[in-house]
Ligand binder design. Sequence first.
Ligand SMILES: [Zn+2]
Length: 414
Amino acid sequence: MTGESILIESASLRGRPGLHDITVDAGAITAIEDAGSTRQSADVVIDAGSGLVTESFCNAHLHLDKVFTLARLGDHALDFYQGEGMGQAMSAIDAAAEVKRSQDADQMLALVRRATAMAAFYGTTHIRAFADVDSKAGTRGVEVLCAVRDEFSGIVDLQVVAFPQDGIIKEPGTVELLHKSIDIGADVVGGIPWIEFTENAMQEHVRIAFDLAAEYGKDVSMLLDDAGDPGLRTLEMMAVEAISRGWHGRALAHHCRAMELYPMPYLERLVALLREARVSIVSDPHTGPLHARVAELLAAGVNVVLGQDDISDAYYAFGRNNMLEVAFLGAHLLWMMTRDGQETVYDMVTTRAAESMGVADHTLAVGNPAHLVILPVPDVTEALRFQPTPLAVVSHGALVDRGGMAAIGGIPGH
Ligand SMILES: [Zn+2]
């Protein structure tokens, strides 16, 4: 995939005046020069036509094993998670479990391939993808996601998370299934401690996840405090555990919606812990009525990013794996619509997202891996306005076959 050389001509870049040419060779960015000054030839030449070229999109949170399952759940499945104050978030998890009992691997595979191709089509090259591991699904989700990860290798990097959606303590047998998942090929140890029945069980859930992470040398990704209960404290538990294990920068926090209800003195203490543990937060303000305190976290120097979270499942009706759409929604819901706010939102689906996922060197600079989008608009404001289909996508230094991705993805009009 890294054999061809690519010359992108007449590109607008963020934060640099004028137009530039970008050269890609052997998987890496090899030159960024003033437009028209490049003398080298290339296997592929793309005229950006003054369009914006940036790092490709990274999606730090997607329940990829559940995509497009809403149709099987009935009209009222969304009532629980979307309800006022999120008091019935647990009921949404129960509704989603119904699908798992009836869906087979082939059905899931087709839907997962579709969503992954959509991501590639819209310029996403890295996804942290969650697969449920529990007594209903066993390790089916991990098996399917690992197969799709291998199929899309070089196009979309899937980081497969073995995710104990229904708990570890209250779901006997899950620890064994998590071991099996990692043996099958899962990349990341998941967790969801807030759904356990007691504080002690939540703490135990966190401890078990880090035991697994330490045993296999894996990163951790946990869904935390995902309900309208200001008493939930599992983000704190994860940060403390990360520090005590030396897992700084290797534990990623998702949702943390209860944070919106925390009193200020507690939030300040929590922020100090997050900074020490180098925990990034993935927020998805478009999929639920509460969200993490993104502005305060960013101002305090905590890395915050945006994720797609769901695509047509028991939690969220919409989504097409277009991270510009996620950024546009985030700009509104997080009230980040100033010029600086727009630029930060764009970082939250590109460079900041990459950092949160452990994707190294994901900045548009000479010597770094070439994961790029070429957009048909000149700047970030226009990118957010139109959420356009890219002119081209470069992943691992190679052009993505966007026609092929549109066909698998079933993109209307393509
Ligand atoms: Zn989620």
